[in-house]
Design a protein around this ligand. Structure first.
Ligand SMILES: CC(C)(COP(=O)(O)OP(=O)(O)OC[C@H]1O[C@@H](n2cnc3c(N)ncnc32)[C@H](O)[C@@H]1OP(=O)(O)O)[C@@H](O)C(=O)NCCC(=O)NCCS
Length: 171
């Protein structure tokens, strides 16, 4: 198995739509990790990437063959409220064989640096309550639990809460 150090971490462009959509298709097929229960088509992903504002980004982890093995997104929490322009929203998704090998942490280093440059002051995530691995991951990055949406997600008839976690960037 190649090591995570062989991966390149870089900001995605619209040309990465197919690779990102493929990762998301796998995550959605697993059914247990995310509230996202339908993957976007490549075309939808392409339009989303092309429409990102300069303060939003996806960072991708790319193997030596050029395949995307995971990504981390940073979006504005609210694209309309200037009162919340300092708040971003994060999501992280890796192919199964690349999990628990430090790739999420590598992506975070790129996202955190980008978020500092883009003058965010806090980042939020929503994680399914049943997804204890992701909560442990974000806790390790410094996120703290700050709330809960009850009965927020129903996937295949199975209900789940969502945990809110927040992270304050250094001034
Ligand atoms: C959750 C996810 C993004 C974490 O990324 P990762 O690359 O696997 O995490 P890392 O290897 O960088 O782990 C960093 C630290 O987070 C914690 N952590 C990560 N995965 C964990 C797990 N399964 N159980 C417990 N702690 C975990 C550990 O403290 C770990 O450090 P350590 O390995 O030195 O103990 C990744 O596993 C994933 O894509 N999972 C499926 C999709 C998903 O659940 N996404 C989140 C939706 S909100």
């Amino acid at each position: 198995m190649p090591t995570p150090s062989s991966l390149q971490i870089r900001q995605a462009s619209a040309r990465d739509a197919a690779g990102i959509a493929a990762v998301m298709e796998l995550i959605v097929a697993e059914r247990i990790h995310s509230a996202v229960d339908r993957a976007w088509t490549i075309d939808q992903e392409h339009r989303y990437l092309a429409a990102l504002s300069p303060r939003e980004a996806i960072h991708v982890a790319v193997d030596v063959a050029g395949h995307i093995v995971g990504f981390q997104s940073l979006d504005l929490w609210s694209p309309v409220l200037t009162s919340m322009a300092h708040v971003g929203q994060v999501g992280t998704f890796l192919l199964p064989e690349w999990r628990r090998r430090g790739v999420g942490h590598q992506l975070w280093q790129a996202t955190e640096a980008f978020a500092c440059n883009a003058e965010y002051r806090k980042l939020l995530i929503q994680v399914r309550a049943s997804n204890l691995a992701a909560q442990a991951f974000y806790r390790r990055l410094g996120f703290k639990e700050c709330g809960r949406f009850s009965l927020q997600v129903i996937v295949d008839g199975i209900a789940d809460d969502e945990i809110l976690m927040e992270f304050f960037l250094p001034d």
